[in-house]
Design a protein around this ligand. Structure first.
Ligand SMILES: [Ca+2]
Ligand SMILES: [Ca+2]
Length: 300
């Protein structure tokens, strides 16, 4: 598993080597690491990954962590390393495949500290693992603080359209409503307005609730103040209470449809919850099937 892991992932060795100070050998502490992602891994675009360290404690020299190194793995097939930058208070060298380090000054890490910022470009869709494993810690002589590894799985996706709508066509009964949701996917908040191309067929309120007015087809539009626009085709139709299968008449087939729903063999749709609720008790159940049977047998 581990060997395989190393074959799959490209190897980066980070080395933030502080001057090799004998004092540090005495220190025994612990620290945890983590990975923070700034931006989203959209295909073809860059985003930043920050490796940080936290909870540096119990160093016998009381100064904290003075060196940091190790291996950082990522999938070269999916990510391209565009650049990197040290955020640590000491110098950093990145050498692939060999480790090297240069000491500059006496700085220590205590508590939370961002160590390095990688800028990656996402090359392929799918998940990708970023790994700073436990089993590849810095040289214990140079770095006597025990550092736990960390791992993060990212999913590379296509950048969504600036504005999206959850449904591009809906079917609404006259007098009933369905909700549309438009999502603005760019940075910030932008105002938008819902409108109906033909409010004699369907109306829409500013929460995206579309109400069927009369049978017909129209477009429901959402437009943002910065010019993005999405639309949904709304088909409005009248309905016959009890005509669950929409064949224009109320008969035993509709009662059976209700029984399929009652027994879980068919889902209860929003439309059927209105059409099939013959006794208007806000639920579709066996009583409604019986109502249909009363109609079919001429008792109602
Ligand atoms: Ca029917
Ligand atoms: Ca009912």
């Amino acid at each position: 598993m581990k060997k395989n892991h190393r074959k799959i992932f490209n190897l980066i060795i980070l080395s933030f080597f502080f001057f090799f100070c004998p004092l540090l050998v005495k220190a025994e502490g612990k620290a945890t690491t983590g990975i923070k992602v700034n931006g989203k891994p959209y295909l073809g675009e860059t985003f930043d990954v920050i490796l940080y360290i936290n909870d540096v404690s119990d160093t016998t020299n009381n100064d904290g962590l003075a060196a940091f190194g190790g291996y950082f793995y990522y999938d070269k097939e999916k990510l391209e390393l565009v650049s990197y930058e040290s955020l640590a208070p000491f110098s950093m060298r990145f050498v692939d495949p060999k480790m090297a380090g240069v000491a500059t000054n006496y700085n220590y890490i205590n508590g939370y500290q961002e160590i390095i910022k990688f800028t990656f470009r996402a090359k392929k869709l799918g998940s990708v693992v970023l790994d700073y494993p436990d089993d590849r810690q810095p040289d214990s002589l140079a770095n006597p603080v025990y550092i736990t590894g960390c791992q993060e799985t990212l999913t590379i996706t296509e950048r969504p359209a600036p504005l999206t709508i959850d449904q591009t066509s809906i079917y609404v009964l006259t007098g009933s409503s369905k909700k549309l949701t438009a999502s603005y996917n760019l940075e910030g908040t932008v105002a938008g307005v819902w409108s109906s191309e033909n409010s004699n067929v369907a109306r829409v309120d500013q929460n995206g609730n579309v109400t069927g007015v009369s049978p017909g087809v129209t477009k429901i539009i959402y437009q943002t103040s910065n010019g993005y626009r999405v639309e949904c085709e709304a088909t409005i139709s009248n309905y016959l209470k009890g005509d669950v299968n929409r064949d224009g008449s109320v008969n035993i087939k509709d009662a059976m449809e209700i029984m399929y729903i009652v027994t879980g063999r068919k889902p209860l749709t929003e439309d059927v919850s209105i059409i099939g609720d013959l006794n208007d008790d806000k639920s579709v159940n066996i009583k409604d099937a019986m109502e249909i049977m009363y109609i079919v047998t001429g008792r109602k």
